[in-house]
Design a binder for this molecule. Sequence first.
Ligand SMILES: C[S@@+](CC[C@H](N)C(=O)[O-])C[C@H]1O[C@@H](n2cnc3c(N)ncnc32)[C@H](O)[C@@H]1O
Length: 452
Amino acid sequence: MGIIDSPIRGSGIRLRNRKLSPKRGGSSYEDSIPYVEDLGVSIIENEQPIQFTTNINEHIHRWAPYVQGFSASFVQSQLDRYRDDYNDPIILDPFAGCGTVLVQAKLNGYRSYGTELNPLLEFISNTKLNTWDVSPRYLLRVYNSLPKDKKSTAPTFLKSSSHFNKGVLANLERIKGGIDSYIPKTEKQRKVINLIKVAFSSILIECSNLKRRPCLGYARNKDVEDAAPIVLLYQKIRNIADDLEIICSAYHDYVSVESKVFLANAMEYRHSQKYDLVITSPPYMNGMDYVINYKIEMGWLDFADDQKDLKKIKDSMVVCDNVSKGLIREFAKTRNVYTNEWLKEIKSSIHRNIEKRGSYRRLDMPHIVHKYFDDMYHIMANVVASISSGGRFILVVGDSLIADTYLPTDLLIAKIGKELGLEIERLEKVRERRSGQIRSYRLRETIITLKK
Ligand SMILES: C[S@@+](CC[C@H](N)C(=O)[O-])C[C@H]1O[C@@H](n2cnc3c(N)ncnc32)[C@H](O)[C@@H]1O
């Protein structure tokens, strides 16, 4: 969440289109007016820090960095806001990511559940949620006892020799060899090795010649010392041990509170209970690729063996704008997909604008946009069915500008919620963003609160 529209890599035509765009200097504020009026709502200003970056100093949340997550303080503010409305609420995040919502709910003593399609993120979330009873001393003991003379080879489908300097790579292979040689036989051993794996995954980008800001790419002038994996991993293990100490003293009563992320598609997962609060942030249209961005960690932790594995996971997610063309071709042929009058007009406008421009990074963009809302409709319908009466569905989304067409994602999501029988309780603008296509165009990020 919380990213800018994906930037256009500029060719001459693209640059010209950008310069001639009628949207230069514009904003979602004025372009939303007809939709706001049609829906009969208003958007209130409520700026606040909502992005994951602040979590790097927060216990447990800091175990694994995640660019697209919520800030713990945002989740806490939502839990506090409805504290008096529910008795011991049950929380759901259908797009669990690295588990920020669930971890924060558990820190309040609430049961929390989630679904997540990326197996790395599901693993990280469940480890952050279900290792609170590991003793810090045991973690340090197991970590120190891992052999240093074993070696596992780097994932073969990744370009590890360009991702890492030679000495760094050799150290990573030795650390991974030590981890792989530890075969857990008890639940306690499984938990401790999972913590070490989370720590290992969380240092990989820092040790590499890459950066993630927010998309993964090569970092210029990054100088990584050969010993970085050893130093950073030890620091991370110490952080985790310190947090386990705090859990033991301050959150002891909540250790056994049930929290779980299911490796499942939010569209299909059949929930076995009702939820009082759903707090979530879906992928943004025109936004982030949640598989390619984490391919390094997925490869090193054995969650993907080749590019095919990555593509398969990506194509089952809510679409982003570099989803496979075949998937969109199939979708374009499908009948009985979700639509409404706004979407029809938006699709035609994108289509017309692409024709006028003569080029665009994806000519099938109108169908990608359509599939995004079809995916969201089905996920929302599935979630709404498992919200208890009086429960709330809170979504944070960002709007987009696509080929000079304004896409009011927040208002479309609110409209879908209304069509599914929910009341639109509140729309709050939390942050201003800039369009990656036309930097002078101002977009927004919105909290949508729907009530059953
Ligand atoms: C914006 S992130 C959520 C971040 C989360 N709120 C946090 O703070 O960690 C969206 C997540 O949805 C996941 N996702 C995308 N499509 C999905 C689907 N159909 N079912 C379940 N998860 C999905 C992505 O892998 C990604 O981790």
